[in-house]
Design a protein around this ligand. Structure first.
Ligand code: HEC
Length: 223
């Protein structure tokens, strides 16, 4: 009887051990295969753009865990623009996968998502006497997304007014023409993203129109 119990125990330990091994193998396989599948585009990545059935984009809620590109302060695109009665910041973020691809190639891959977050500037507050800092309240979001299979022009803009979903900005809007005509790399404003501009220069991926705009000799990328 005792012997039988011992045997049963051994059996069940061995059984548990083999279950554990199977679980470990499964874990290792998942750890190995998921990145490969993502790389091959077989599996959807968590940061890939998501849409609703009525063609709105779902807001990428974890964008604050993405890669920070830059902050524009009171940027204005016309010389005779109306003076604002307040100051503003805009912070730009991009999904980590796209960032890594840009660092390697100087180009944006399919499924790049860029988020522009606008915040009001504050002056005096706490110990601050001069200069500006960002308000905790967000004024709005704009998203620039590359999705080759979905948009004829590859890229599209979406506006979000604090909601979880946002509508696509019509392709006739000036967003598209300004970004197309003046963006340094593939309709994005890499000339204002200080960690990316040197990469675009070294990989020679600056847009021809942009090179013309800055007076670079044609066919030559500025160093
Ligand atoms: C007259 C030119 C101009 C127009 C029009 C314009 N933008 Fe931009 N956009 C810029 C510039 C310049 C930046 C860089 C901002 C910075 O450096 O902080 C930018 C950056 C962005 C970014 C960050 C990602 C990127 O592409 O570099 C988004 C998102 C964006 N704009 C959305 C929009 C949307 C949506 C509209 C239309 C409603 C729009 N823009 C219209 C000039 C423009």
């Amino acid at each position: 009887m005792v012997q039988r119990l011992v045997w049963q125990e051994q059996r069940s330990t061995r059984h548990t051990a083999s279950m554990l091994t199977t679980a470990k193998v499964a874990l290792v396989l998942t750890a190995l295969l998921v990145p490969v599948a993502k790389f091959l585009g077989v599996m959807e990545c968590d940061d890939d753009p998501q849409y609703t059935e009525d063609a709105q984009m779902k807001f990428p809620e974890h964008y604050r865990e993405w890669v920070y590109l830059s902050t524009g302060f009171d940027m204005s695109y016309s010389t005779n623009g109306m003076a604002m009665d307040h100051h503003m910041f805009d912070n730009v973020f991009v999904n980590p996968e796209a960032y890594k691809a840009f660092v390697a190639t100087g180009k944006w891959p399919d499924k790049t998502v860029m988020v522009l977050e606008a915040r009001m500037a504050k002056g005096k507050g706490s110990i601050n006497q001069k200069g500006n800092y960002q308000d905790e309240e967000i004024m709005g979001f704009e998203v620039h997304v590359r999705d080759d299979a979905r948009f004829p022009g590859k890229w599209a803009f979406f506006g979000f007014d604090g909601g979880k979903t946002g509508k696509m900005v019509p392709a006739t809007a000036t967003c598209y023409s300004c970004h197309q005509d003046h963006g340094a790399v593939d309709t994005t404003f890499v000339q204002f993203y200080p960690t990316l501009l040197p990469i675009a220069k070294s990989k020679s991926t600056l847009a021809a129109k942009y090179m013309e705009e800055i007076g670079a000799p044609s066919g030559k990328q500025p160093l």
